[in-house]
Design a protein around this ligand. Structure first.
Ligand SMILES: [Zn+2]
Length: 192
């Protein structure tokens, strides 16, 4: 039912996309992107505010600035060094993302020719990605392409499954869950 509703969404035209800029309110960003006002009800996804403070962790695997909410950063660093102690390299792919970053990401993908209805099954609408909270991390390991299902076959994934809970990290979109966002073995969230 969720997918049927999303399939009917129209992909916004260039005129509408061009109106998107930093500083717009969330409803305004949604309007530019063609996201319906009842998106949260349709998808069952939760709104995530941006945190009051952010800590710089370092660089992600693409050399971009990696930021997390301060307590999540502490837990991530502890987990990463514990993994390293077991000979497992946990590499961060992505941490905090702003509402605007998510909106711009969707805009870039639409400009690349992707349909909105298809994008919304892999990307949450701005405001609804756990990455906004600064507590979620996409993780990969050496010799593994980031954000790919084959991460589940790595020793790093096995290590996380066994140990992440100890550091209050959990898999947000597991295989057995039937939500709007598909299975993401790389996406882990710190829960206080
Ligand atoms: Zn993620």
């Amino acid at each position: 039912m969720v997918n049927e509703t999303l399939q009917r969404l129209e992909t916004p035209d260039e005129q509408s996309l061009a109106r998107l800029h930093e500083g717009l309110s969330l409803p305004e960003m949604h309007e530019c992107l063609g996201i319906p006002p009842d998106y949260a009800e349709i998808t069952g996804l939760i709104f995530f505010a941006e945190p009051e403070s952010l800590a710089i962790v370092g660089e992600d695997c693409f050399g971009r600035l990696l930021r997390l909410e301060p307590t999540a950063r502490e837990a991530w660093e502890e987990m990463r060094s514990a993994a390293a102690g077991d000979g497992v390299d946990l590499l961060p792919v992505s941490g905090f993302r702003s509402h605007y970053y998510q909106a711009d990401l969707l805009r870039r993908k639409i400009r690349d020719g992707r349909a909105l209805s298809e994008l919304l099954t892999v990307n949450a609408a701005p405001g609804y990605s756990e990455h906004h909270s600064g507590r979620a991390l996409d993780i990969t390991t050496v010799d593994t392409p980031p954000l790919q299902i084959q991460f589940e076959e790595t020793g790093a994934f096995a290590w996380l499954q066994k140990n992440a809970a100890q550091f209050q990290f959990s898999l947000s979109y597991p295989k057995e869950r039937s939500g709007i966002i598909s299975y993401e073995p790389w996406h882990w969230c710190f829960n206080q």
